[in-house]
Design a protein around this ligand. Structure first.
Ligand code: NAD
Ligand code: UD1
Length: 340
């Protein structure tokens, strides 16, 4: 058997979907997660999908002892580092918590990896590192900036990893800048399960479709976009999961890879609402309200480099994203809070 991969944050939304992709590729893995934003029920679902980890470690990435213990127990071929906090508004209210969890967490992990001699890491970065982009589609060499503490925490981690790669040529590092992951596993057993009121468009929309929320507020219809609503690059979470496998494979020698993972297609909020209604047959009650502070008009990837360097290209379209998100929400009205 191949040496396993360590997934930090592996019971979260993107980590769990990536776990199924690893299992399908017969790649063994271990999950380390402190369950601060996920449920242990994910492990039952992974088992039902024949995608169980070799072990689940309930620990924090900032806990050096716990990290040393897991690195002593397994000989890892590499790490995919999903663990992090991701709510922009919360990061504005609690910036130091975000720096501690995301930046200190990444530093602790890198130090433990160094101690164990494991020097291959795939890092979950975000299109948020482009701030308010000067133009779209966005290439990886576009200017970087942060507009909130969450974005700053991702940039600081990227800086740390870039500098590490520059001064120590034994590391294999991939910085994956995700655009807007949505959708769910096609089984309906895994999906996004936000606590409280969802911040993001797709989970809010599926809750409106369920009748759990009265209507969707569309934040702004006066943007400089064809229909006035904000435009984003939504990608299916299973495509994103495949991007991690491709990155692991591309890290065959010490190097630093920095790539966008997106479809390259800008989709407006209005288009998303219309597509969801057409695909599922469930209309989304909505109202246009003022812009959300901090939002940008448009953000989508130039995904050329991902294809060149990783051989990766998104395969699943908007219809599949809506259909799979809806299946997940219909089968799990309360997310992981209730069982099937
Ligand atoms: P998620 O919250 O569903 O998953 C993150 C997981 O990390 C959770 O299971 C949480 O319990 C765990 N975690 C958090 N802090 C931890 C710590 N200190 N120690 C151990 N475990 C910890 O989020 P996700 O959507 O799956 O995102 C995964 C990664 O991708 C995050 O780093 C996020 O910032 C990044 N990202 C997400 C998006 C998105 O839209 N979902 C976009 C760009 C980047
Ligand atoms: C948000 C984060 C970003 C993070 C990304 C993925 C902010 C300001 N940015 O980006 O840092 O990387 O999530 O996790 O929070 N919308 C509505 N009504 C809603 C929700 C959203 O109209 O109830 C609109 C937004 O204005 C936007 C689009 O839908 O135009 C997508 O929003 P969202 O899903 O929150 O993602 P981002 O804003 O791209």
């Amino acid at each position: 058997m191949q040496d396993p991969i360590l997934l930090t944050g592996g019971t979260g939304f993107i980590g769990a979907h990536t776990a199924t992709a690893l299992a399908s590729a017969k790649l063994p893995f271990v999950i380390l997660d402190n369950l601060s934003n996920s449920s242990a029920k994910v492990l039952d679902r992974l088992a039902r999908l024949n995608a169980s980890p070799l072990a689940f470690v309930n620990a924090d990435v900032r806990d050096a002892q716990a990290l040393d213990a897991v690195f002593a127990r397994f000989k890892f071929s590499g790490v995919i580092h999903f663990a992090g906090l991701k709510a922009v508004g919360e990061s504005v209210a609690q910036p130091l918590r975000y720096f501690d969890n995301n930046v200190n967490g990444t530093l602790q992990l890198l130090q433990a990896m160094q101690r164990a001699g494991v020097k291959k890491i795939v890092f979950s970065s975000s299109a948020t590192v482009y701030g308010d982009p000067a133009s779209v589609p966005i290439r990886e060499d576009a200017a970087l900036s942060a507009t909130n503490p969450y974005g700053r925490s991702k940039l600081l981690c990227e800086d740390m990893l870039r500098e590490l790669a520059r001064v120590d040529n034994s590391w294999k590092i991939a910085l994956l800048r995700y655009f807007n992951p949505v959708g769910a596993h096609e089984s309906g057993l895994l999906g996004e399960s936000p606590h409280g009121v969802p911040n993001n468009l797709m989970p809010f929309m599926t809750q409106v479709a369920m009748g759990q929320r009265e209507h969707l507020q569309i934040f702004g219809n006066d943007y400089d976009t064809p229909d006035g609503t904000g435009m984003r690059d939504y990608l299916h979470v299973m495509d994103l999961a495949q991007g991690h496998l491709a990155a692991l494979q591309a890290l065959d020698a010490p190097k630093l890879l920095t790539v966008n993972l997106g479809t390259g297609q800008g989709v407006s909020v209005k288009q998303m609402v219309d597509t969801f209604a057409r695909v599922t047959g469930v209309p989304i009650a909505h109202r246009f309200v003022a812009r959300r502070p901090g939002d940008i008009a448009q953000c989508w990837a130039d995904p050329t480099l991902a294809q060149q360097l990783l051989g990766w290209k998104a395969q699943l379209g908007l219809d599949r994203m809506c259909a799979d998100a809806w299946r997940w929400q219909s089968m799990n009205p309360q997310g992981f809070d209730t069982s099937l």
